[in-house]
Design a protein around this ligand. Structure first.
Ligand code: EPZ
Length: 419
């Protein structure tokens, strides 16, 4: 298993390009299943989760692979779907695979997708996805961990989600694009990845309105055509790289991203005293003398994103004052806390709130990555710590960050990968 060796203390300075959004790409790859034709996605990050999704699409009968002419593009031809089944060993590895359920039942009339099961950060049920498909007339059954959804023809319906679910909203939006009639999604998720999918679906010929608000209306019925779509820059990778600059006392500019996709993160970094500047397709962060502690509550869009919680916590460990970080989206997303404590952080967790008291410096130590964003947080802590930090199990990071060690090294970080 690969690990990162990080030697802290170097201020990170310079400019780096964000890769395309992993989470947008995953939904767009699932959307390609709706089309009896070819979809081409550009500006994709070369990360393991996308390899896994392409492998799943091939298992369903689509032709799907990276474009030999462009390493950041993929071509998906879903004209023939021979086997609408997503097996456990694929879904287990990457829960976003569950997003193929909606497109498959809409396209093939029946689909079987293994229930994703929980993961490190929480139980993560899929009941809302199923509620949405049932609202469109699908018969849903769960048998031995496999979800089967069937409907000779989906018809428009109305679903009110119990909570904002990003992939749930996307799954239902995609199915509704091929259903007969109008589907209304109340309490829809409002994330940029939902808006980007809706825009792509409209370009494919669907009629999706209200994406970005909590009420989305989809008028389905026609068939969809394949399009070429350039995926937007990854807002979470951008936030991670900006914090790398802030936590090391540096000055980092990230290009290829829409700053409006991470406003809550930029506002919170300003609150710590960092100096943030934005351009139409870039963000620059300069560190303050020393970060001030801040309170943050993760929330669905437009709140502070849960996917940035570990990264911000890593930065607040050496703030000049205390912080309270509340994680309201997932029930178990503090696994990075014990690892940060090994580095000398002063954190106490009470339920969903982590109380962080700033210390002068963290000390490098061997730490263990547990999930994608926690791993990124540990790398950030290592960049600011005294001495060397070894981050083990970096396959977590490779799932969602393209060559992060090369990007950080280009900014002056002392980090290398050890096989
Ligand atoms: C997406 O996951 C992202 N993944 C996650 O990013 C992100 O953390 C999450 O949205 C929240 O922003 C992708 O887009 C591939 P949810 P998703 O459904 O859609 C509960 C990363 O690091 N819920 O919005 O699966 C759920 O348990 C990943 O890139 C139900 O109860 O998250 C959670 O508490 C990690 N029933 C809350 O809703 C359901 O049917 C929000 O989850 C669905 C969700």
């Amino acid at each position: 298993m690969d690990r990162f060796l990080v030697r802290g203390g170097m201020p990170l300075c310079g400019e780096v390009a964000a890769s395309g959004s992993k989470n947008s790409a995953l939904a767009l790859m699932a959307a390609a299943l709706l089309v009896q034709g070819t979809t081409r996605l550009r500006n994709l990050p070369r990360v393991r989760d996308l390899d896994a999704m392409l492998e799943l699409l091939r298992a369903l009968g689509a032709e799907a692979d990276w474009d030999p002419a462009d390493e950041h593009a993929a071509v998906i031809d879903a004209s023939r779907l021979t086997r609408p089944e997503a097996p456990y060993d694929v879904v287990r590895k990457m829960r976003a695979s569950f997003m193929v359920l909606g497109p498959l039942v809409a396209r093939c009339g029946v689909a079987r997708v293994s229930e994703p099961g929980g993961c490190a950060i929480g139980v993560r049920p899929v009941d809302q996805h199923l509620k949405g498909l049932e609202a469109m007339g699908a018969k849903v059954s769960l048998d031995h961990g496999v979800v089967e959804a069937s409907a000779p023809r989906l018809r428009g319906g109305r679903v009110a989600f119990d909570m904002a679910t990003v992939n749930g909203t996307q799954n239902v939006m995609m199915a509704a694009s091929l259903a007969d009639g109008e589907t209304v999604i109340e309490n829809a998720a409002r994330e940029p990845e939902v808006v980007e999918l809706a825009n792509a679906l409209c370009r494919m010929g669907a009629d999706v309105r209200g994406a970005g608000s909590d009420r989305v209306v989809v008028r389905g019925g026609g068939s969809l055509r394949g399009v070429e779509h350039r995926v937007s820059g990854d807002r979470i990778e951008t936030g991670t790289l900006l914090i790398a600059g802030v936590v090391t006392g540096g000055d980092v500019t990230v290009t290829g991203v829409d700053p409006s996709h991470l406003e809550a993160v930029l506002d919170k970094l300003r609150e710590t005293g960092a100096d943030l500047e934005t351009r139409p397709d870039a963000v620059r962060a300069r560190a303050a003398e020393r970060l001030a502690g801040v309170n943050v509550v993760t929330a669905p869009w437009p709140g502070f994103p849960t996917d940035m919680q570990a990264q911000l916590m890593a930065a607040l460990c050496t703030a000049s004052s205390s912080s309270v970080i509340s994680e309201t989206v997932f029930e178990n997303r503090f696994m990075h806390v014990p690892e940060l404590q090994r580095m000398g952080a002063d954190i106490s967790v009470e339920g969903r709130a982590a109380h962080v008291r700033g210390v002068e410096r963290l000390a490098g130590a061997p730490v263990m990555a547990t999930d994608l964003r926690a791993s990124a947080g540990l790398v950030l802590a290592g960049l600011a710590a005294e001495g060397e930090t070894t981050v083990n199990r970096v396959y977590h990071i490779d799932r969602g960050y393209e060559r992060i060690e090369e990007k950080l090294r280009s900014l002056g970080a002392d980090i290398r990968r050890e096989r």
